[in-house]
Write a protein that binds this ligand. Structure first.
Ligand SMILES: CC(C)(COP(=O)(O)OP(=O)(O)OC[C@H]1O[C@@H](n2cnc3c(N)ncnc32)[C@H](O)[C@@H]1OP(=O)(O)O)[C@@H](O)C(=O)NCCC(=O)NCCS
Length: 197
């Protein structure tokens, strides 16, 4: 009788451990389906030789870092360093969403935008989305690729249940983001630490 009780208690404990994982798996499946649909929709707005997809480890050879040079100093990053960093980032798939546009004719990455999903205690353990590293290769600008990436990441942040999406931008790009419903609402502060550059 006593051993039965222990057995039942263990069973409940085991079920408690299994259930959240089970629910989690289901949630992730439904997220994947929504993300696939969203990708299809945004992809349909692009020319056929342009492909929207997550960053891949092989993108080092597709001039990915040259594209990022358009934003800031990248430094002398070797393929090995790139791959190690990629592996680290990939472990946090639900935090880092790095999306690119590849020109599949030239096999060059021509657009990039990143969504970082920050898990918080405030807002009922809510999530805030941070858009980073939005850039389109100069010869591809003005073809609505930046628009496609911002529309995509904004909707992606909603799929990931972010209660807000924020980003920093230069004065000259304010009007670009305003087109997608973003509003200026705070001041950015930064302290650069040259010892860690
Ligand atoms: C800003 C940037 C991402 C825009 O990408 P893009 O592909 O050229 O922009 P799109 O063609 O998608 O433009 C969409 C709309 O925004 C407008 N737009 C684009 N850049 C703009 C800007 N800087 N200011 C005002 N409007 C802008 C376009 O005219 C277009 O308007 P429309 O829909 O009325 O025709 C691109 O110019 C870029 O990579 N700049 C350098 C890097 C950078 O500054 N990144 C932003 C970091 S915060």
């Amino acid at each position: 009788m006593f051993s039965n009780l222990i057995h039942s208690a263990r069973l409940v404990q085991t079920l408690n451990q299994i259930m959240p994982a089970d629910i989690k798996a289901k949630m992730s499946e439904s997220n994947d389906a929504k993300i696939n649909e969203l990708v299809k929709r945004i992809q349909s707005q692009l020319q056929p030789h342009l492909e929207l997809r997550p960053l891949e480890i092989s993108d080092y050879s597709k001039k990915y870092l040259s594209l990022l040079e358009q934003l800031t100093k990248v430094g002398n990053v070797s393929q090995q360093q790139f791959e190690q960093q990629f592996e680290q980032i990939s472990k946090s798939h639900s935090t880092y969403q790095i999306w690119v546009i590849e020109d599949i004719q030239t096999e060059i990455i021509v657009g990039n935008a990143t969504l970082i999903i920050e898990r918080k205690f405030i807002h009922n353990c809510g999530r805030a989305g941070h858009i980073e590293d939005v850039v389109i290769s100069p010869t591809y600008r003005g073809q609505k690729l930046g628009a496609a990436l911002i529309e995509f990441l904004t909707e992606l942040s909603s799929i990931f249940k972010c209660y807000k999406v924020i980003l920093d931008c230069e004065e000259k790009n304010l009007k670009f983001y305003e087109k997608f419903g973003y509003k200026q609402n705070s001041r950015h502060m930064a302290k650069y630490q040259p010892e860690n550059e």
